[in-house]
Ligand binder design. Sequence first.
Ligand code: PPS
Length: 287
Amino acid sequence: MSREELSIQYHGLFLPKETHSVNSLKFAQEFSFENDVIAVTYPKSGTVWMQEILPLILNDGDLTQIHTIPNWDRTPWLEETRLAVVVDQLKSPRALVTHFPYHFMPASFHQSKAKAIYVMRNPKDVIVSSYYFHQMAGFLEDPGTFDEFLDKFLDGNLVFGKWTDHVKSWKHNNLGDRIMFITYEEMKEDLPAALRRISSFLGKNLSDETIHTIAEHCSFNAMKDKPMSNFSLVPKIYMDSDKSPFFRKGVAGDWKNHFTPEQLSRFTSTINKEMEGESFSLPWSLD
Ligand code: PPS
């Protein structure tokens, strides 16, 4: 099916119908933020990783939630239908995730003390991850060839729109010290150090032992075998791990196995052009 058939449109963006509805988007707009924390990502940048990390940090490394509650209910998406179902069970401070661009955030978010953690991943790896995810997810359009998918990604013709628009929207925020930026690559490079940075942003002073426990449980290998985290509870018609597992590779730099020199040049020149004149620079060179 086409993206149009599989999606609903919301302020010019396409969102998967399977997990989003008019009601869920209304619920998100009316959501009352308090002293919560929300991890923000363009899809395939480390969302599910943060769904694991945040409750562990907020609960001082207590593993109960990650072993008993599926990630989508434990750290729900602001914009998805499950939030309304589980909202009353979430304990304060609540941990959420979102793929919303900044200007889609509800009024209460801006008025509250809620904190945001923006996780950015090298877009060359984002597109590769997304390409495989489009093959396995029954609620997303068939990606076509990698070359065709590259054009869709660069033109913003995918769910949640253009990568550069997403990053720019969150970089130009008015949140002051209520937002921190972190990269997927930084988390891969030294997860305990990343966990310490996130904990301190959230005002949690965790012992080295707790940081070590959290890092162990949030490694790619640990998460890929956990039923509450690896989407094995989702029927195959929606997510078919025989086509490609959700926990696919979990590395930085897999793009090198996918891009031809011509594709790399097309990708780099398009992204660099869109970043021209920006007051911030990207944390990686795209060449
Ligand atoms: S989604 O569908 O938007 O929620 O996907 P998202 O969770 O943002 O991104 C999925 C990619 O993140 C990888 N991942 C991890 N990498 C390293 N360590 C851990 N613990 C981890 N958890 C998830 C996952 O494997 C996807 O990347 P690829 O490159 O496809 O493997």
